[in-house]
Design a protein around this ligand. Structure first.
Ligand code: SF4
Length: 333
């Protein structure tokens, strides 16, 4: 919602101070998306708000529905497009996978978003509205929110944190911090900042390789933040926050799915009980990479388990509508 603009308008109209909170709560707490239905507001003000303030800061252009996932395409005010995914879990819970940037500057080789290049950061309202959109559509506020859509959230730190605080606001949307996860490609300064925030959100690091040479090939950001420094930052994070840290590992056929990679991964992450590995099946895009065979994935998983690492093979959602990990990219410019 255009909250900053709303604040300004209410000031110009010399409305009492409580008015902002009233409207904010009507939208974020009570899910009233129509100014006319806000019965506590004066008629003149309702008309003005209807004319000048938009509750959603983007327009829905398309929605694709799959078996367990939906993917929405939104057009932003300056014409750019972003995608947001809703995933429905078997046990009833829903997760919204939000974008934090238009495109992404990090250019990971296996990722369709990386191929788009970087256009701009999203502002915090463009982030909160992705959640608000699906919460309203599903009439469900008890969502999980993961920053695993388009973009690197820790390169848009201020807006991502502001969006989290707005979603977390007890007098507003009231989404528990534990229901929120940020996934980073390994931006060390962002990880260091996050550990000082005193926020009980979850952090995931997209690792994908236990070797610098290979990781730099897959994720050029590794040149700036190499593995040794990244793992040290991750250790400091879990020791300070006492929270688990998840390492995402996309299984790429004949690249990072062999015994040797599993052994190296064990060596890199062992002896830290708060580290947990999430194995993710890769979904093919025009990047040319192939998904590991099921047998190789299970062997890899067993090897990590046998060597004492916490590991989960994640369920994939929405590959039939190109909504799975690494598949988000808008063809519109
Ligand atoms: S995987 Fe994430 S960090 Fe890498 S290019 Fe894609 S969106 Fe950016």
């Amino acid at each position: 919602m255009e909250l900053e603009k709303l604040k300004k308008l209410l000031k110009e109209e010399k409305e009492p101070e409580y008015r902002f909170r009233q409207i904010y709560q009507a939208v974020f707490k009570n899910f009233c998306f129509n100014f006319e239905e806000m019965t506590a507001l004066p008629e003149e003000l309702k008309k003005k708000l209807k004319k000048e303030i938009e509750i959603f800061v983007f327009k829905l252009k398309d929605i694709k529905k799959g078996k367990e996932a939906e993917k929405a395409l939104f057009q932003l005010k300056d014409g750019f497009y972003i995608e947001t995914v809703l995933m429905r879990h078997k046990y009833g819970k829903k997760t919204v996978c939000v974008s934090s940037q238009v495109g992404c500057p990090l250019g990971c080789r296996f990722c369709a978003t990386g191929k788009m290049g970087f256009k701009r950061n999203l502002n915090w309202q463009e982030i909160t509205d992705q959640v608000l959109f699906f919460a309203e559509k599903e009439k469900d506020k008890k969502l999980n929110v993961v920053f695993m859509g388009m973009g690197e959230p820790l390169l848009n730190y201020e807006n991502v944190l502001k969006a989290i605080r707005v979603l977390n606001d007890k007098d507003g949307f009231n989404l528990g911090a534990r229901a929120i996860s940020i996934s980073t490609a390994g931006i060390i300064p962002g990880i260091k900042r996050l550990q000082k925030e005193n926020l009980e959100i979850n952090l995931a690091v997209s690792l994908n390789s236990p070797e610098d040479k290979q990781r730099t090939y897959l994720m050029p950001v590794n040149k700036t933040y190499p593995l040794k420094e990244l793992i040290l930052a991750a250790k400091n994070y879990v020791r300070t926050t006492k929270r688990k840290l998840f390492f995402e590992y996309i299984m790429l056929k004949d690249i990072n799915d062999d015994r040797h990679s599993a052994q190296k991964l064990v060596k890199l992450l062992k002896n830290e009980p708060l580290f947990h590995v999430n194995l993710i099946r890769y979904h093919e895009t025009e990047t040319g990479f192939k998904s590991s065979e099921e047998k190789a994935i299970l062997e890899f998983q067993n090897m990590l388990k046998r060597n004492g690492l916490g590991v989960t093979l994640r369920h994939s959602f929405g590959k039939e509508i190109k909504a799975a990990c690494g598949q988000l990219a808008t063809s519109q410019e």
